[in-house]
Design a protein around this ligand. Structure first.
Ligand SMILES: C[S@@+](CC[C@H](N)C(=O)[O-])C[C@H]1O[C@@H](n2cnc3c(N)ncnc32)[C@H](O)[C@@H]1O
Length: 210
């Protein structure tokens, strides 16, 4: 499911106000990769994290199914003065040769994929041996109390905070996965080694290509 048009503009405006989430995730990836590493961000939306990675000397490619986000990401990268190869395409049928990347990252998008195991298998295919993928997303058992405090940190207007809380409660939590679901998906995928950790309202699933 891609986000297009006004919905994409609303999302970009809401999430762009507080860059801390993108900065802390990008920092983790920078610590795990060398300068010049080929990093693929799957489902980057407006490209905020991809831009931070490109500013940190990573060679960044960004793949999103949404035409609006690809155009927006290109424009944001141009304004930020960084080169990012933005491509439109599906996480479960990536338009890349095998073994093209050292690291694949995917943030706040995995629960939206219609073929999540297909997406994990594509991450495996496009990674080089010794590379790894990190998927960060919301956990199904996150409490509304924790989600409300996350939304507070997003510095939204009262109206946008209300809509965002409703979106979490009635849409995002319904689609989100439990740690057990993620374990089952990793086992069914091409990866042989992985780690899944809970973190605040979310999780990180790290998948290693051996
Ligand atoms: C909630 S946004 C997350 C954007 C960004 N990663 C962030 O952290 O703000 C979800 C993104 O997933 C993208 N998306 C959904 N299904 C996709 C698919 N099958 N392949 C690639 N991108 C997809 C959407 O277009 C959107 O950009």
């Amino acid at each position: 499911m891609g986000m297009e048009g006004r919905m994409a503009v609303w999302y970009a405006d809401n999430t762009g106000r507080d860059q801390r989430r993108f900065q802390s995730t990008a920092q983790l990836i920078v610590e795990r990769t060398r300068d010049g590493a080929a990093v693929l961000e799957v489902a980057p939306g407006p490209g905020y994290m991809a831009i931070i990675l490109a500013k940190s000397s990573r060679r960044v490619t960004a793949l999103d199914i949404s035409k609006t986000f690809i155009e927006m990401g290109r424009e944001n990268a141009r304004k930020a003065g960084v080169a990012i190869d933005f491509r439109q395409g599906n996480a479960s049928a990536m338009p890349f040769e095998g073994a093209s990347f050292d690291y694949v990252a995917c943030v706040a998008a995995f629960k939206n994929f219609t073929d999540p195991i297909g997406a994990i298998n594509e991450m495996h295919r496009v990674l080089r041996r010794g590379g790894q993928a990190s998927i960060f997303d919301l956990r199904k058992d996150a409490s509304m109390k924790d989600i409300n405090s996350e939304v507070e940190k997003m510095r939204l207007s009262a109206c946008n905070a209300f809509v965002t809380r409703l979106t979490f409660r009635f849409l995002l939590l319904k689609r989100a996965y439990t740690i057990d679901d993620l374990e089952r998906m990793a086992k069914a995928s091409s990866f042989q080694r992985w780690e899944i950790k809970s973190d605040g309202v979310g999780f990180e699933m790290r998948l290693f290509k051996e």
